[in-house]
Design a protein around this ligand. Sequence first.
Ligand code: KG4
Ligand code: ZN
Length: 354
Amino acid sequence: MRKIDPSIILAIETTCDETASAVLKNGAEVLSNVVYTQIDIHKQYAGVVPELASRAHAAKVAGVIAAALKQAGNVKPTCIAFANGPGLPGGLVVGAVAARTAASIYKVPLIGVNHLEGHLYACELGESKSQIIPLDFPSISLIVSGGHTELWLVKGYGDYKLLGKTRDDAAGEAFDKVAKLLGLGYPGGPKVSKQAELGDKDAIKFPRPLMPGTFEFSFSGIKTAVSYYLRDNKNISAPDVCAAFEAAVVETLVKKTIDAAKKFKVKNIAVGGGVAANRLLRKMMTQKAKDVGLNARFVLRTLSSDNAVMIARAAYKKINAAVKTKTNRRNAIPIRPDMALKNWNNNDDFLDNA
Ligand code: KG4
Ligand code: ZN
């Protein structure tokens, strides 16, 4: 049984449609960040096709890891981290095999990381080299992506309470579906957002699904409202539809997040995940938070969508926070497609490979 040395983490991310690998030194210095995006494969279907995603991960993962190591100056990793859930089962299997293989080759420990925690701790990476801006706790975290929309009360590293999540579509998924309805292409978020800049958000009124008394979300109704609007109106303005849709989603996200901060008397808000790249969300959340004396921060736009730096950063914090930073000897770290948020109070996700 050895202690885990987190000084050079090689991380692997394969949960959805990005095959990514990165090397992080001392939890702060990004030695490499390689992302192979499968957008070209999935765009003809306007959404991720799981079987095609698995095949592309299998085809690309070794090359992506090799590129990350090369870009990092062929350093020897002191441990390997990979996202073992939540995500698409096929991609997770590919990532698990690649990570286990790398850990065996280097004879170093393996750490499983929750992909969504990766999105949260990516918020700590600053603009300049090796810059870390630690999260302030307690914090309300909004993790908003193509697969998830969740609000957490975060009391410290690895100390969470899930307040609510989406009952149906994730916010990013709603952007992708609206883009599909409008024929804008995939992924929809950036395309809808760009169109929205040219439109009038007040030209159409789409519902705000606030579900009072809960911190849950529901975005399928807005998407359906957009589809009925497009069905019932012939001469539509795509920019107006996009602006009105984006405003409905963003206002909902902002209101629920700020309500949660007020209810739990928390001063800090952190927003991560692919949709955190959205400019209106960044602007409105920052302003509305400021108006009521709260402080909102965001992941860098360059690290908002799936990448492996975020997995490495989460692994670094998890290793340092582990109750016993010793590894378990077990056969494997299981993949968990529906992985739930859980606190860091045991060593379940550590494996010694020596
Ligand atoms: O975090 P991510 O890369 O993958 C998941 O874990 O799901 O998030 C991808 C999602 C997609 O749905 C994409 O449309 C959305 O993030 N997205 C955006 C923007 N950029 C990406 N949504 C709204 N506005 C954006 N600017
Ligand atoms: Zn993600």
